[in-house]
Design a protein around this ligand. Structure first.
Ligand code: HEM
Length: 530
């Protein structure tokens, strides 16, 4: 009671006699009311303009099915409090409810999730849908606007310059690097024979990063045999990028800055950038020196004359054939590191898990490899096209585990799908898992059957029922590189080890996504010497 008596109450409020409010207070109240009216007016006007701007999107999408959208945030609430695993699980759950297509607002963005191959082809081959969605800005924040994230005008120019660097002759020259580095990987596995605590992804991603560094930049990193946090930094960067894409409050720059995650991000990013910048600078100096010493019109010819044994890297070829600035060169090199490392590493983990689960298939792959190159001969380019069964196994694994978890295109003109129109200004979200595990196109979809990829079976399917490397003019530029690399790694691993996994069925494997799709609980693989 005593405590209550201490509280001093304004006599006007206590007595309820508001007519006695002093003049100054009344004026303040009026000013506040006017301010509220003006603010409400502005917000209403802004909202009407917004509705007007989006009227075409509303018009085309109102009768397209989809999950419940909340005002302003759309379906973003479904991702509240989710991590990399839940994000993938949530997406798969929603897509299961809408087998062919659905729409969803994600904040101010209208997304179409398409799963019918005919619809996919229409978007992926439409020249006005070549731009990536601005969700890629989170990736651009790390690696700038190289070929992967660039807008169409720049993309066309860069793709034209970079494409010849992926020609067959250059790719064949890389096989020696694939073979050497995968032999180091097989040596590293020796320490883990019979051990179930093998962290396969960690080992294999150091291998794929070593390979990318050497083939893209001409730098031997030896990440497999030394203790270096370069791979860890890259992994953390991608984890944060995924978190930002799916958590809508992270789309507001000021909000991002407030999270401690932002400082970690800057730290990882700086280390990554310092490294790539140093390599590109060194390369450019090397070229200047080679040019002056040899006075060749072709820089590549000068390098070859100086050291005929030296392997040319993508960076050498791009330097030779373009007038890219230092910044552009750094961006392209970083794209290769991001696009080529974890994708290949995760794919190898999934393939080895499948081979561990299906021992009869592993035996067939082993026999094919043994027949082509014997127990220990070094892999050479001519071996790779011969590995036909192995190739089918890789493809079937990428069907069930399409490691590029999703990609998003911005739509530049209305695309008529028959039953509905995907309007200009919206975006299309592609989740290959959904279409590639759809029983409509893949009977008994969780059955691991490499013969689905026999030529006669492939011919029966629409090409867009299988899109692990995307489709159309903006597909993966590294598809042949990746296949050659994966075959070489498998040849060197399976000739020395038998692979096993603790998983009993594909159904029990949960997925997660750091942009790249991975197994949530790891591959649970262990190896025994042959
Ligand atoms: C199993 C391995 C791989 C898979 C499944 C894969 C998948 C993909 C997919 C789905 C895209 C389209 C992404 C999008 O539209 O946003 C893509 C683009 C790209 N990939 Fe790959 N990739 C793999 C390996 C590689 C490798 C090894 C490299 C480089 C050496 C590479 C370089 C690129 C580049 C540069 C792009 C952008 C192409 C463009 O926009 O023109 N990828 N990849």
């Amino acid at each position: 009671m005593e405590v209550c008596q201490d509280i001093q109450i304004d006599p006007v409020l206590r007595d309820g006699n508001f007519t006695e409010l002093p003049m100054k207070q009344t004026a303040n109240l009026r000013a506040n009311q006017i301010l509220i009216v003006i603010l409400s007016g502005i917000i209403t006007l802004w909202y009407i303009l917004l509705l007007w701007k989006r009227s075409k999107l509303y018009f085309h999408s109102w009768n397209v099915p989809g999950p419940m959208n909340l005002p302003f945030i759309g379906i973003a609430y479904l991702f509240l409090g989710t991590n990399a695993t839940d994000i993938m699980g949530t997406l798969i759950k929603i897509q299961k409810q809408y087998p062919n297509y659905f729409k969803a607002w994600f904040g101010p963005k209208l997304l179409y999730f398409l799963s019918d191959p005919v619809h996919l082809e229409k978007v992926l081959t439409n020249p006005k849908s070549l731009n990536k969605d601005d969700l890629y800005d989170f990736i651009s924040e790390v690696i700038g606007t190289g070929i992967m994230t660039a807008k169409v005008k720049k993309w066309r120019k860069h793709r034209k310059v970079i494409m010849p660097a992926f020609n067959q002759k250059i790719l064949e020259s890389f096989v020696e690097i694939f073979a050497d580095q995968s032999e180091v990987f097989a040596d590293q596995l020796e320490k883990y024979v019979g051990r179930k605590d093998l962290d396969l992804f960690k080992l294999i991603s150091s291998c794929t990063l070593d390979i990318i560094c050497e083939t893209a930049m001409g730098v031997k990193m030896n990440l497999q045999t030394t203790d270096c946090d370069f791979g860890h930094n890259l992994d953390k960067i991608m984890e944060i990028v995924t978190y930002r894409i799916f958590h809508i409050w992270q789309h507001i720059r000021i909000m991002r800055m407030l999270f401690p995650m932002n400082w970690q991000f800057r730290n990882y990013e700086k280390k990554f950038r310092d490294f790539t910048t140093a390599v590109v600078k060194r390369k450019m100096e090397e070229y200047e020196a080679a040019k002056q010493n040899y006075r060749k019109s072709s820089l590549v010819a000068a390098i070859e004359e100086e050291n005929p044994k030296r392997k040319l890297a993508f960076l050498d070829l791009i330097l030779e054939n373009s007038n890219f600035t230092e910044k552009e060169l750094i961006e392209e090199v970083e794209i290769f590191l991001i696009a080529g490392t974890d994708t290949t590493a995760s794919a190898i983990c999934c393939i080895l898990t499948m081979l561990g689960m299906f021992q009869d298939i592993q035996q067939k792959v082993y026999e094919e490899i043994f027949e082509i190159m014997g127990p220990d001969r070094k892999v050479v380019p001519a071996d790779l096209p011969e590995m036909k069964y192995t190739e089918r196994v890789i493809k079937e694994s990428l069907r069930i585990f399409p490691v590029a978890a999703f990609f998003v295109r911005s739509v530049g003109e209305n695309i008529d799908m028959g039953e509905f129109v995907v309007p200009e200004g919206s975006s299309v979200f592609f989740g290959p898992v959904h279409i590639q595990r759809n029983p409509k196109y893949w009977p008994d979809p969780l059955k691991f059957d490499p013969d689905r990829f026999l030529p006669e079976n492939v011919a029966k399917r629409h090409p867009c029922t299988y899109i692990p490397f995307s489709f159309g003019p903006r597909n993966c530029i590294g598809v042949r590189y990746a296949m050659m690399n994966m075959k070489t790694i498998l040849a060197n691993t399976l000739r020395r080890y038998k692979v096993f996994t603790q998983y009993k069925s594909i159904k029990e494997i949960k997925l997660k996504s750091n942009v790249v799709l991975r197994m949530k609980d790891g591959s649970k693989v262990w190896v025994e010497s042959r």
